[in-house]
Design a protein around this ligand. Structure first.
Ligand SMILES: CC(C)(COP(=O)(O)OP(=O)(O)OC[C@H]1O[C@@H](n2cnc3c(N)ncnc32)[C@H](O)[C@@H]1OP(=O)(O)O)[C@@H](O)C(=O)NCCC(=O)NCCS
Length: 202
């Protein structure tokens, strides 16, 4: 094979990888993922009222990138931004508990197909905590992302002082890799975080 042919093969492989990743991302627009109790469905602008209500909880803004005490209008804008970033691999689902269609949280993953990895993130309305709902939702998105997007790794980071989220990661078979100091800005801080990961064989 000539060097030019080799380059072409690599280029085609890259395009295939990106193509399938993109198709997956586009297809996800109407995807729902059902578990025993939890249903993950795409966000809708009508969820703004519930998102705003949940995000009055200071723990959500403390431990996630969600803005502090969002108004309904800000929540609507936030949902629109989420939907617009889907093609960039940002896949965010509303957590619901059928038969109710009400959004009680977010379970999302940022897909990075060029690295065959994704980063999961989540929050849950305070009233629904302590019943294993976040753990079920994280398991659902993890299995879905491995099977639909062929990832080699999914990771997530938790604030060092966030034991609830660390338990969720543990419950879902994520392995604790260690502490990353001053990992990334979160509001006015740049906290130390724990890095967790799951591989398909874990
Ligand atoms: C983290 C969060 C999503 C967990 O949701 P949840 O549905 O209550 O999670 P689960 O019920 O699946 O599991 C929570 C686990 O943490 C444990 N837990 C809760 N608070 C805890 C605390 N202060 N200390 C130690 N463990 C705690 C629960 O007992 C449970 O573990 P167990 O099942 O072994 O008893 C929710 O607390 C939340 O939204 N927090 C604010 C936002 C946030 O931290 N997001 C994650 C950012 S990485």
């Amino acid at each position: 094979m000539s060097p030019d042919d080799a380059q072409l093969v690599i280029k085609l492989r890259d395009e295939q990888a990106w193509g399938s990743g993109r198709l997956g991302v586009v297809a996800v627009a109407s995807t729902t993922i059902a578990g025993e109790r939890v249903l993950l469905r795409p966000f809708r602008v009508e969820d703004a009222v519930d998102v705003a209500e949940s995000c009055q909880d200071p723990d959500i803004s403390r431990f996630t990138m969600m803005p502090e005490a969002m108004s309904e209008a800000q929540a609507r804008e936030w949902i629109e931004q989420r939907l617009a970033r889907r093609e960039q691999g940002l896949i965010a689902f509303a957590i619901t508990l059928p038969p109710s269609d009400r959004c009680i949280g977010q379970m999302g993953i940022l897909l990075e197909p060029q690295f065959r990895r994704g980063e999961a993130f989540y929050w849950l309305d305070r009233q629904h905590r302590g019943q294993g709902i976040a753990s079920e939702a994280l398991n659902l998105i993890t299995d879905w992302a491995f099977s639909e997007h062929g990832l080699a790794r999914i990771h997530l980071v938790t604030h060092v002082a966030n034991p609830a989220s660390q338990r969720v990661a543990e419950h879902c078979g994520y392995l604790r890799e260690g502490v990353l100091r001053a990992w990334e800005p979160v509001k006015d801080n740049q906290p130390d975080v724990v890095m967790w990961s799951r591989l398909p064989g874990d």
